[in-house]
Design a protein. Structure first.
Length: 265
């Protein structure tokens, strides 16, 4: 309730982080959280729905595979579709909320290509004319940013900005303090986006390495004619997973041109 409070205009990142922590700590968290969030996303109060979508995106980025499995089920996807469908809540949901829900589902088709139900749900929305065209996703919208780090970490990011921020915070003028607040938010957003990209890259490179290693082992056995027939399907599955990871790896490489070490990996 605190994380999705419709009376606040800015995200309460402390509450959102606590919610994510609770999802991870509770064995039933990944199955309960989507139901709670679906109820909030369907709220007639626009701000409550938008906050709930931010919480959902942050959970996707912080709560792991069990949570991903839950949101990829038709049971949950149908709750999101109700927000868009004129048969349900689409007639009174705000355009801003509907646009954000569309962005969320579309972004999942990009980042979870293995989840057939998500793709099917999105294609159904297009077929029914509820979604006219794919939304254009800015880079920082592909996956939600991680919860922000403690505020003192932003002082290490940019020397010029840090000096300006220190000067503004010492001021007694309300305009300067407001400017400092805006600068903090801007610097935190940059840090969140950078962390999200690094996290995506590290996780993907790790998954690629594991799959390629496994495929090499299976192929070696196959060449020696020592691969049991029962493992032929495993080899095919690993190959298909590598094929799906390939375009994602290319995309990450194109994002990583300014970091030679990461690009080398």
């Amino acid at each position: 309730d605190e994380a999705t409070d419709p009376n606040i205009s800015e995200e309460n990142w402390e509450c959102i982080q606590r919610f994510c922590d609770q999802v991870n700590a509770d064995s039933e968290g990944p199955s309960l959280a989507p139901r709670l969030l679906a109820h909030k996303i369907q709220s007639p109060q626009e701000m409550e729905a938008l906050h709930a979508l931010t919480v959902l995106e942050t959970c996707v980025n912080n709560c792991g595979e069990k949570f991903h499995n839950e949101i990829a089920k038709f049971r949950f996807l149908n709750e999101l579709i109700k927000v868009l469908s004129p048969k349900y809540y689409g007639t009174w949901s705000s355009e801003k909320v509907k646009s954000r829900v569309t962005e969320v589902i579309f972004s999942w088709t990009v980042w979870f290509p293995q989840e057939v139900k998500i793709r099917d749900a999105y294609q159904m929305l297009k077929k029914q004319g509820i979604v006219k065209e794919d939304p254009k996703l800015p880079e920082d919208k592909i996956l939600p940013p991680p919860s922000p780090r403690p505020q003192n970490s932003i002082f290490d990011m940019d020397e010029e900005k840090s000096k300006l921020l220190a000067r503004l915070l010492k001021s007694n003028h309300s305009e300067d303090l407001q400017a400092a607040n805006r600068l903090i938010k801007s610097m935190m957003k940059e840090e969140q986006e950078k962390s999200a990209k690094v996290s995506r890259r590290v996780n993907t490179v790790s998954e690629v390495s594991e799959n390629v290693k496994r495929m090499d082992e299976l192929l070696e056995s196959y060449k020696r004619q020592e691969l049991p027939k029962s493992d032929h399907e495993t080899l095919q599955n690993v190959f298909q997973r590598c094929e799906k990871l390939r375009p994602l790896l290319f995309r990450l490489a194109s994002e990583t041109v300014d970091d030679d070490e990461a690009l080398g990996k």
